[in-house]
Ligand binder design. Structure first.
Ligand code: 5CA
Ligand code: ZN
Length: 437
């Protein structure tokens, strides 16, 4: 799939250090393995309808910052992302609105691409839609059946049979164990399975948690011919196949929002490990969920704030005209990526004021620097912050599990006080946070 033009990232003096990151699977801060000096990142992409809301943007921004941290530490990054362009909720939305599901997906992917570009997000190197990999996904399901990690379930209303993953069998006979990724007890897993696309009540399964690998064709649903019958892929296996193809096994970080910890990331890892014998990733990173009007921002509830509307100045009740993309980034970066928080409409104005204060601070420092250069002897330079010192502080906060709220506070203080080489700090805000002054 076509991506978007990468943002410009200025070079800074010196180098940062590889970030310590919280790993959901172990509950600890770690330095995940970086094979052969390249950080390999997979982040679960959108299901293309109701894109791009601020919850999506918060998650993708977290992984944009992660890549900026690695790059600043001199580490090359390889970034892969999928698009779930065939799935129940997408088909339901297409059906309800009388739009062809392909047209719905195409339009929303286009909108996402333009939102990501306007927000200055680093684009993936591998950007792959499920409909581009149906054969590979079906082959993986065939392989899981052949290895005894999957089984067929008779299906009412379909000619073929659905295929399910055998959680207990794989926990016993593969290198993966249930709970390797998600730190939840079984009751919680059952609850999340029901809420997040699973079907614990489906009869004929060996374990209620067993996830769908392949759905036999139903009347009126899109389907493909394949070695496992006519049908379409289940959800988790798409990411196992797309991630492994793009990055190989045991890559650095698998990422997404916390709503993906279970069942999605647990079973993405389960399928990949059952197929390859190696763990999917060294670490699992999750961004906290953003709420709005008292609930998690979600397509099903419809309490959404769209990035494109903020950028165009058309979010309901928005004052002050089109949002500056850097102000949107600052509004999101004011929250640590792992925190759960609620967007308030006033957050945009607060972020815009901060951006304005930084820009004014930059101008003041530049004017002072021009005066220094003109009259080197009588400038009170020692009162101004050292740009190199500020960059060092920013790097330390970034390396500490991407602590962007601390980075913003460092920059607030520096621009308020004045900076000896202000351009360097503006470049640091641009390179490390994607905020353009
Ligand atoms: N296509 C699947 C992943 S394979 C999917 O979850 N799509 S999505 O469109 O629902 O979400 C895209 C990304 O945004 C996921 O990483 C999801 O965890 C994240 N996300 C969704 N809602 C929120 C929210 N309210 N706050 C933070 N992140 C969110
Ligand atoms: Zn995924």
């Amino acid at each position: 799939m076509r991506t978007w033009t990468p943002p410009e990232i200025p070079e800074l003096p010196g180098t940062g250090t590889a970030p310590k990151l919280f790993n959901t699977a172990t509950g600890r801060l770690e330095h995940p393995a970086i094979p052969e000096g390249r950080a390999l990142l997979y982040v679960c992409g959108i299901t293309p309808y109701d894109a791009t809301h601020l919850g999506h943007a918060f998650t993708y921004l977290a992984f944009d910052i992660m890549q900026r941290a690695w790059r600043d530490a001199g580490i090359e990054t390889v970034y892969a992302q999928n698009i779930t362009d065939i799935d129940d909720p997408l088909l339901e939305r297409a059906h309800d609105t009388g739009v062809d599901w392909r047209d719905l997906a195409d339009g929303q992917i286009g909108l996402f691409r333009s939102d990501m570009f306007r927000l200055g997000m680093i684009p993936p190197d591998h950007y792959v839609a499920v409909t581009e990999r149906i054969d590979e996904i079906a082959a993986a399901v065939r392989d899981l059946l052949d290895r005894g990690f999957a089984y067929r379930v008779p299906t009412e209303g379909a000619a073929g049979e659905d295929v399910y993953f055998d959680v207990q069998g794989a926990s016993r006979d593969s290198q993966w164990r249930l709970g390797d990724v998600a730190p939840y007890d079984r009751a919680t897993m059952l609850e999340f399975s029901a809420e997040r696309g699973g079907d614990p009540d489906r009869s004929g399964k060996r374990d209620p948690l067993d996830p769908l690998l392949w759905r036999a064709a139903r009347e009126g649903e899109p389907s493909w011919e394949s070695p496992v019958g006519v049908g379409r892929p289940g959800w988790h296996v798409e990411c196992s196949v797309i991630a492994t193809e793009a990055l190989g096994g045991a890559f650095t970080v698998q990422g997404g929002g916390t709503d993906l910890v279970f069942p999605h990331h647990e079973f993405t890892a389960a399928h990949a490990t059952a197929l390859s014998g190696t763990p999917l990733a060294h670490a699992y990173s999750h961004a906290g969920l953003v709420g709005y009007h008292g609930h998690k921002m979600s397509k099903s509830r419809g309490n959404l704030v769209f990035v494109s509307k903020l950028l165009n100045g058309t979010h309901p009740g928005q004052t002050g005209g089109p949002a500056d993309p850097s102000a949107i980034r600052l509004g999101l970066l004011a929250h640590h990526y792992r925190s759960e928080w609620e967007w308030q409409d006033a957050d945009l104005e607060t972020a815009a004021r901060r951006l304005e204060a930084w820009r004014t601070g930059l101008e003041r420092s530049e004017a002072a620097r021009a005066r220094d250069l003109a009259a080197p002897d009588d400038a009170p330079r020692e009162e101004r912050a050292s740009a190199l010192g500020v960059i060092q502080q920013l790097r330390a906060a970034l390396a500490n599990d991407l602590d962007t709220p601390v980075m913003l506070a460092i920059l607030d203080a520096a621009f308020d006080r004045g900076i000896d080489q202000p351009r360097l700090v503006a470049d640091a805000a641009h390179a490390l946070l994607g905020v353009r002054l």
